[in-house]
Design a protein around this ligand. Structure first.
Ligand SMILES: [Zn+2]
Ligand SMILES: [Zn+2]
Length: 305
């Protein structure tokens, strides 16, 4: 069976690592699973009969393929030779979107035992709502609480920048223009996706249950076809009418409507057997003419932004 063009080896367009991909920008995927992570600990400590195949299998995957955020930084930043993080953009303030902030200090140019004032703060972009929530959860990341000459525990140094849930209020981060894409993440909650890239148009939407028409129009083929859509898919089957995420079939429906040149799915639970679902997606892609695959941690996609 043929694979959807380009996605199997993580390349879009002509580029490739070590060949003509040199000099091209690229997207590297980390944290592609859901907030419960895979393996789901409950499947292991309270196993069902028969046991969950995905979680059981994931125990036998080499540990470097199955790491948490900090371990991913250690593994993938070194593998892809990424020395630091230049800017951070937050989609919303749920725990799985912000609880890594405490570990941001490990990807800053930190000088051991220097006063925190010596570190160049990393720009971090978030809505006022998200910032207010973080101020409660991580007050020490928002307010400079140390005094001159005081010995302090090193913490991440962040330069907070307010963005708005409004596609007309674009902003620049790391030299790229970003268009905020408000989407519903549950009927009473707005999360942000982002549209970016000048040479290639990419939309990243990590947490969505429904698209407002205004957002969908912006990223649909009629508004200028996306080169790549990165989109949330959570459970394999619809679990509740009040779900805060798209399920697999809803994500594929959205891909069909938006009609990008290619799409990658993120946010999968342990419902997904990665290889089986990718085979199924390859068949879907052939039928629909839009290559779609599941993303995975460490995936690098070369794309000219
Ligand atoms: Zn499981
Ligand atoms: Zn969320």
């Amino acid at each position: 069976m043929g694979s959807p063009s380009g996605l199997e080896d993580g390349n879009l367009g002509e580029g490739g690592e070590g060949t003509s991909g040199v000099g091209l920008s690229s997207l590297i995927f980390l944290g592609t699973g859901c907030s419960n992570t895979v393996p789901n600990a409950r499947c292991l400590i309270q196993p069902s009969d028969p046991p969950c195949a995905v979680c059981t299998q994931s125990l036998y995957v080499p540990p470097e393929k199955n790491p948490n955020y900090r371990e991913q930084v250690v593994r993938w930043f070194t593998h892809h030779k990424i020395p630091q993080v230049d800017s951070i953009i937050l989609t919303h303030e749920h725990a799985d979107a912000i609880f890594g902030l405490d570990d941001v200090r490990i990807v800053q140019s930190f000088i051991p035992f220097s006063p925190p004032n010596d570190i160049d703060p990393t720009p971090i972009y978030a809505t006022k709502f998200t910032m207010d929530s973080i101020a409660i959860k991580f007050p020490y990341l928002m307010n400079k609480m140390w005094k001159e000459g005081q010995e302090v525990t090193p913490i991440a140094q962040l330069d907070w920048k307010v963005i708005e849930s409004d596609p007309d209020k674009t902003f620049m981060a790391s030299g790229l223009e970003f268009v905020p894409l408000p989407v519903l993440h549950g009927e009473d909650y707005v999360s942000l996706g982002f549209l970016f890239g000048q040479q290639s148009r990419v939309a990243y939407i990590s947490d969505v249950s429904r698209f407002p028409d205004s957002t969908e129009n912006l990223i649909s083929k009629s508004g200028g076809q996306l080169d790549l859509l990165i989109i949330d898919t959570n459970s394999l089957h619809k679990v509740s009418s009040r779900s805060t995420h798209l399920c697999f079939s809803e994500s594929l429906d959205a891909v069909k409507r938006i009609c990008p040149k290619q799409a990658l799915l993120i946010g999968m639970t342990h419902d997904y057997d990665h290889h089986k679902l990718n085979v199924l997606l390859a068949e879907w892609s052939m039928r629909e003419g839009i290559p779609v695959q599941l993303a995975y941690d460490g995936l690098r996609v070369f794309i000219d932004l």
